[in-house]
Design a binder for this molecule. Structure first.
Ligand SMILES: Nc1ncnc2c1ncn2[C@@H]1O[C@H](COP(=O)(O)OP(=O)(O)O)[C@@H](O)[C@H]1O
Ligand SMILES: [Mg+2]
Length: 251
C-alpha cells in the first residue's frame, strides 16, 4: 500500500499508525496449515492444508467427528502448539515461528481459553483462579482486583468468589473458567467443547453466555462435535481427516 507520511495535519508528530487491521484484514489467518505428529514409527497427519480466516467480532464454530483435528487446530490457534507447515498470522503478526517465550507472552495477553474440563486449580478460590493469569503477566494489584471483579460479575459468579472449584457445580465451574478467559481482555476466546462435561441445561447456559459475549463484541472460536451447538455460531467450519471439507454460514 502506497501511504505517505507527509499528509498528516500540521503539528501532528506521531509516527504513522500500523496498518489498520479492521481494514479488510482478518484478525486471524491460517494458510496451508499442517500438523504432523510423529510417535514411534507412526505419523499422524492431524491437519492438512487448512485455510482459515476469522474476522474481529466473528463467532465461528469448528465441527467434525472425533479425531478429525479440532483440538489440534484450536491448540495451534491458541499458541499452545506449533504447526509443522504453513503460516499463521494473529493480529498481523506471523506467529508460527516465534520463540517459545514470545509465544507464551502473546498467549497470556491475547488469548482466552475455555476447556471442556474447566481446568481450574483445585486449591485456589474462584477469585484466585480468575486473578492468576493477570498476576503472571505482571499486572498491578488494583487493576487485577478491578478486572477479576468485573469478569466474575459478567458471568454472575461474584457471589462465589471465596468458594473452591469443588464446591461448585460443573456449570458454575465453567462460568468461572469463562471469567478467567475474559479477565485478560483477550482479542479472541477459544473454547474446546465447552459444554462437553455439562448436562444439557448447564450446557445451554454456557452457550447462552458465549452468545452474550459475542453480542457484546467478543471474537469467539468454538470447537464442538455437536451440530446443535455449532448453530449458535455465525459460521461453521467442518473438518474431516484434518481438512476443511465444508463451510456453512448460519445467518
Ligand atoms: N500429541 C499428540 N501426539 C500424537 N498424535 C496426536 C496428538 N494429539 C492429537 N493426535 C492425533 O491427531 C489427530 C487429531 O486429534 P485431535 O485434534 O485431538 O482431534 P479432535 O479434537 O477432533 O477429536 C488424532 O488422530 C489424534 O490421535
Ligand atoms: Mg478434541
Amino acid at each position: 500500500m502506497a501511504t505517505t507520511t507527509n499528509d498528516r495535519p500540521a503539528g501532528e508528530s506521531r509516527p504513522v499508525a500500523p496498518a489498520d487491521d479492521t481494514n479488510g484484514l482478518a484478525l486471524l489467518k491460517l494458510d496451508s496449515l499442517s500438523k504432523v505428529f510423529v510417535t514411534d514409527e507412526v505419523e499422524t497427519h492431524a491437519l492438512s492444508g487448512v485455510h482459515l480466516e476469522i474476522a474481529r467480532g466473528e463467532y465461528v464454530a469448528i465441527s467434525g467427528p472425533s479425531g478429525c483435528g479440532k483440538s489440534t487446530l484450536l491448540s495451534i490457534l491458541g499458541l499452545l502448539d506449533t504447526p509443522t507447515g504453513g503460516t499463521y498470522q494473529l493480529d498481523g503478526v506471523s506467529v508460527q515461528s516465534l520463540a517459545f517465550a514470545e509465544r507464551a507472552r502473546i498467549r497470556n495477553r491475547q488469548i482466552g481459553f475455555i476447556f471442556q474440563s474447566f481446568n481450574l486449580i483445585g486449591d485456589l478460590t474462584v477469585y484466585e483462579n480468575v486473578e492468576l493469569p493477570l498476576t503472571y503477566r505482571g499486572m498491578g494489584a488494583a487493576e487485577r482486583r478491578k478486572r477479576t471483579g468485573e469478569a466474575l460479575e459478567r458471568v454472575s459468579m461474584a457471589h462465589r468468589s471465596r468458594h473452591l472449584p469443588a464446591q461448585l457445580s460443573g456449570g458454575q465451574q465453567q462460568r468461572v473458567a469463562v471469567a478467567r478467559a475474559l479477565a485478560g481482555d483477550p482479542i479472541i476466546l477459544l473454547a474446546d467443547e465447552p459444554t462437553g462435561n455439562l448436562d444439557s441445561s448447564n450446557g445451554d447456559a454456557v452457550m447462552a453466555l458465549l452468545q452474550d459475549l459475542h453480542a457484546m463484541g467478543s471474537t469467539i472460536c468454538m470447537v464442538t462435535h455437536d451440530d446443535r451447538f455449532a448453530r449458535h455460531a455465525e459460521r461453521t467450519i467442518h473438518l474431516f481427516d484434518g481438512r476443511v471439507v465444508d463451510e456453512r454460514r448460519e445467518r
